[in-house]
Design a protein around this ligand. Structure first.
Ligand code: FEC
Length: 281
């Protein structure tokens, strides 16, 4: 008897022609205005075309599948692109468990993946020691090339305030940032948390935004550690590497960002172990 595993991730369009359908899906069926669509296409153009997210998610999923080995059937399911979560789950019989390739729980984000899956899932894994060590090592490596007075900013995707009311997401982000900062031997005043990639909607989103924090920094360097994500994609390559970098340059501050997990063998191996030992309550 095999166990089915649905590895879930955000998804990205497979071609530039697919950007409108993708954006419409993110907006829950409401098509974007021509201006919004042009703006998104321009962001993909600015990172050199499509996002690398599709290939990276595939590599992450393959790494999980090969570590899990026989006894597990692993399928990839995207939130906003094909193959969708529901299609991946429908192709699996018997026991099915889910894993989202994002470390922290929030009702408005992970909760939605799990609801659509309709099976038990690992809802949060930011306490994984191998993941925390990866982040601490990435910080230590990047700091070697930065000025001594550098601030580390741990970022995650912002969410609307109404979604975060009573949600555990900010607490989980602070808990992992604190543990990673300790493991990387950062002084208390040398790091903080910030938010990024707030949506283009009129309602208030959780801040402070990483760009505002950078503009107000009293330091010579800033190192952004996007702990809320596992792969290189648009929100990092554009929102951080282009927009946040510009903010830093305007403020006369050296900018850098830590390396992403992508298909790192130690982290994905440990995640596979977590899937193996997962028993739904
Ligand atoms: O590389 C790529 O092509 C895709 C990058 C990508 C990732 C990602 C992750 C998260 N999002 C989260 C929440 C929201 C909410 C809205 C929203 C909107 C967008 C848009 C694009 C986009 N997101 Fe995303 N997100 C990525 C891309 N996201 C493009 C639409 C244009 C824009 O606003 O920039 C607002 C929806 C609405 O309009 O109602 C909310 C969260 C994550 C991290 C967790 C995860 O990976 O699932 C939370 C990657």
């Amino acid at each position: 008897m095999t166990t089915g595993v649905v590895v879930m991730a955000y998804g990205t369009p497979a071609s530039m022609d697919g950007v409108e359908a993708y954006y419409t899906h993110i907006r829950r069926g409401r098509p974007p205005t021509p201006e919004q669509l042009d703006d998104l296409r321009a962001r993909y153009d600015a990172i050199g075309g499509l996002s690398p997210l599709r290939e990276i998610t595939r590599a992450q999923c393959d790494r999980l599948a090969s570590t899990l080995g026989p006894g597990y059937r692993v399928e990839l399911g995207y939130k906003h692109a094909s193959p969708f979560i529901e299609d991946a789950a429908a192709g699996l019989g018997g026991d099915v468990v889910g894993l989202v390739l994002a470390p922290h729980y929030s009702r408005g984000s992970i909760g939605e993946y799990v609801e659509r899956l309709g099976h038990p899932a690992i809802e949060s894994w930011h306490d994984l020691p191998e993941w925390r060590s990866f982040q601490a090592q990435a910080i230590r490596t990047a700091l070697k090339d930065l000025p001594p007075r550098t601030t580390v900013l741990f970022t995650a995707h912002s969410l609307p305030e109404r979604v975060l009311d009573g949600d555990i997401y900010p607490d989980e982000l602070l808990a992992s940032a604190t543990a990673i900062a300790k493991e990387a031997n950062l002084d208390d005043g040398a790091w903080s948390v910030a938010w990024q990639s707030a949506g283009r909607t009129p309602d208030p989103w959780r801040g402070p935004d990483v760009g505002e924090v950078i503009a107000d920094l009293d330091s010579d360097g800033v190192l952004v550690c996007p702990q809320g994500f596992t792969a290189d994609h648009l929100e990092l390559l554009y929102d951080l590497d282009i927009v946040a970098r510009q903010r830093a340059e305007q403020a006369g501050i050296t900018f850098a960002r830590t390396a992403m997990v992508n298909d790192d063998a130690a982290v994905l191996g440990a995640l596979a172990e977590r899937v193996r030992s997962f028993s739904p309550t």
